[in-house]
Design a protein around this ligand. Sequence first.
Ligand SMILES: CC(C)(COP(=O)(O)OP(=O)(O)OC[C@H]1O[C@@H](n2cnc3c(N)ncnc32)[C@H](O)[C@@H]1OP(=O)(O)O)[C@@H](O)C(=O)NCCC(=O)NCCS
Length: 169
Amino acid sequence: MPVTLRPARDEDATTVATIWESAWRDGHLGHVTDELVAIRTPQDFRSRAAAMTARTTVASADGAIAGFVTIAGDEVEQVFVDAASRGSGIADALLTAAEQQIAAAGHQTAWLAVVAGNTRARRFYERRGWTDDGAFDYAAQRPGGTINVPCHRYVKRVAADSGRVAAGG
Ligand SMILES: CC(C)(COP(=O)(O)OP(=O)(O)OC[C@H]1O[C@@H](n2cnc3c(N)ncnc32)[C@H](O)[C@@H]1OP(=O)(O)O)[C@@H](O)C(=O)NCCC(=O)NCCS
């Protein structure tokens, strides 16, 4: 089934939050601290989803939103797909869109953070040409500030001129 991508609208925030909360738990429970899990309440997902609408792209395969990607500068900040739509190509379409948006904004390289134990996501990124740039503490949003989450930083060159030799060089 063809995947349709479009910019998120304000009225999508509740759907995005619902997919995000469930998929976040799939990728993170058992791999992050109890403190972070306690922070990630339904209200936390709803308020953060509403705040990031302008940076979010949603994907549908049968008319209903099944996943989304959010960028922040040169970062792929979120990529989450509903459990029923994993392995369908929706995630590939979303990540490709994010890479293209980051490149179009003039960045050479994109990056993202993934927790070490999220093996499905790590394999997904690696298959899409992303490389592990090592462990670091990611400053994840929390109400009133941030919380450090041990992660791996993944990077990928996204510039449209990637691999081209500069004129005269
Ligand atoms: C990460 C995510 C967007 C990837 O999308 P996807 O449609 O699942 O991607 P794929 O089907 O290509 O799966 C990626 C890899 O995991 C493998 N995989 C499938 N089921 C798996 C499972 N239960 N556990 C571990 N790996 C699994 C796939 O075989 C594939 O590996 P391969 O290419 O070596 O065969 C999606 O799984 C998701 O939303 N996960 C939960 C949220 C999350 O973790 N988001 C990322 C936060 S950084």
